[in-house]
Design a protein around this ligand. Structure first.
Ligand code: GTP
Ligand code: MG
Length: 207
């Protein structure tokens, strides 16, 4: 599948302000600074579509982007769907109040958005498994939301080190999960994982 165009639609403070749920939707979440906005730009071939920053906490609202894609068949031509950039968790400088606001906003959005086809949970591939990420996986499990894992910033490490961190994370999950979720290894710099993620979305769109 290829993305033909992508445009910013709206930033919402609650799920109630989001656009009508008339298209399939895919949301990107994960720790602040993990690379959610950069990955969205990489997938859409547009550097400045989602705002990125070296300082954590850049994305504060639920950001909708409308994407038009084609998958090489006439049937799939001009298909429209939403990509959603969400604010990250684990930003140390924020107050308890804003953490609560974040938790409420994210929980309602993830649990109530009827067209949300899959959550992409991003994890920094440079680190050994972090409790905050493992806890969020458990949370998604409790909410019974379909999700996949995306290990980001693979360009920053040797492949061996990336693979070790990915394996450790999956090993941790295996302690409580019977079935592991699909996972992708990505780099927004060298576009690793782009085609695999777009094909995965195309498959869900086609269902
Ligand atoms: P918040 O909106 O603050 O939660 O962050 P985010 O998860 O959207 O991260 P963002 O995309 O803004 O990227 C954070 C920083 O990491 C920026 O300086 C990016 O340039 C950098 N970055 C993101 N993805 C990659 C990657 O694949 N490789 C490298 N080397 N840097 C990356
Ligand atoms: Mg962001």
């Amino acid at each position: 599948m290829e993305i033909v165009s992508a445009k910013y639609i709206i930033s919402s403070a609650t799920y109630k302000q989001c656009p009508g749920p008339d298209k399939p939707e895919y949301a990107f979440i994960g720790r602040s600074n993990v690379g959610k906005s950069s990955l969205i730009n990489m997938l859409c071939n547009q550097r400045g579509l989602a705002k990125t920053s070296a300082t954590p906490g850049k994305t504060q609202l639920i950001n909708h982007f409308e994407v038009i894609s084609k998958d090489g068949t006439k049937k799939g031509t001009g298909r429209a769907w939403y990509l959603v950039d969400l604010p990250g968790y684990g930003y140390a400088v924020t107050s308890q109040k804003s953490r609560n606001n974040w938790a409420n906003m994210i929980e309602s959005y993830i649990r109530k958005r009827p067209n949300l086809g899959c959550v992409f949970l991003l994890v920094d591939s440079r680190h050994t498994p972090q409790t905050i990420d493992l806890n969020f996986v458990q949370q998604l499990g409790e909410w019974q939301v379909p999700f996949v894992l995306v290990f980001t910033k693979a360009d920053k490490n040797k492949p061996g080190a990336t693979n070790r961190n990915v394996k450790s994370f999956l090993d941790e999950l295996q302690k409580t999960w019977e079935e592991l979720p699909p996972f992708f290894v990505t780099s927004a710099i060298d576009k690793t994982g782009k085609d695999d993620i777009l094909d995965y979305i195309a498959d869900i769109n086609a269902e």
